[in-house]
Ligand binder design. Structure first.
Ligand SMILES: [Fe+2]
Length: 213
């Protein structure tokens, strides 16, 4: 599998290129801000983009998807609750076939209702659901409950060795693993939903006390 993390700009946004070496078919994820950089990487690898996926609808991730999809003849993929007409709406468990590569969709509401993570072999593209050492949800009510379920009920059920590739470079390193996040991410060390929400409410103070940037 060809796998590239692309620092596209914006707010330290990451896009991703996932390619099947044999068929040369590829998937782009959140390729925003820098169409030239993204497409030159695609051509460096000699790939044909078949899907452009949005991990969620926020503009900093999705703003170039339509344009890059038309430029490459690919189809835009988004969660069913936000997919526009002509786009492929996917839900939890959907498998995107990229040549011989199977990319699994995991619906992870919380940061937004339409958030999805994409699992390609041992690599999880986690969007704004899970960052290195942080999480992406900003809600304290129903959204936080959904986020908690997505993190604990879905992502932490993955194998410890699965690599985590986030939507922003907000951590101490650009990628991590489920095992490292389980052991080090303060939000994933919470023993209950109440503790989780408490940490979210007191995050600024927690960061200051623990020297987290
Ligand atoms: Fe976002």
């Amino acid at each position: 599998m060809i796998f590239e993390q692309i620092a596209v700009g914006g707010d330290r946004n990451f896009g991703y290129l996932v390619g099947d070496e044999e068929s040369k078919k590829a998937l782009l994820v959140d390729p925003s801000y820098n169409q030239k950089k993204v497409l030159s990487l695609v051509s460096d690898h000699g790939l044909e983009v078949v899907y452009v996926a949005n991990t969620h609808g926020h503009y900093d991730h999705s703003k170039l998807s339509k344009r890059i999809a038309s430029a490459t003849g690919a189809q835009v993929v988004a969660h069913v609750c936000s997919a526009a007409r002509g786009q492929l709406g996917v839900d939890d468990g959907h498998v995107l076939q990229v040549g011989s590569l199977q990319v699994k969709v995991i619906h992870t509401p919380g940061h937004t209702a339409d958030s999805i993570c994409l699992l390609a072999e041992d690599k999880l593209i986690s969007g704004d659901t899970l960052f290195v050492g942080k999480v992406g949800g900003t809600d304290f009510g129903a959204g936080a409950r959904a986020e908690y379920e997505s993190l604990f009920g879905k992502l932490l059920k993955l194998d410890e060795a699965v690599e985590v590739w986030p939507g922003h470079d907000y951590g101490v390193r650009p990628s991590s693993t489920i095992g490292e996040e389980r052991r080090e991410n303060p939000f994933l060390l919470c023993g209950s939903f109440e503790e989780f929400v408490d940490l979210k409410r007191n995050w600024t103070q927690y960061k200051r006390e623990h020297g987290i940037k």
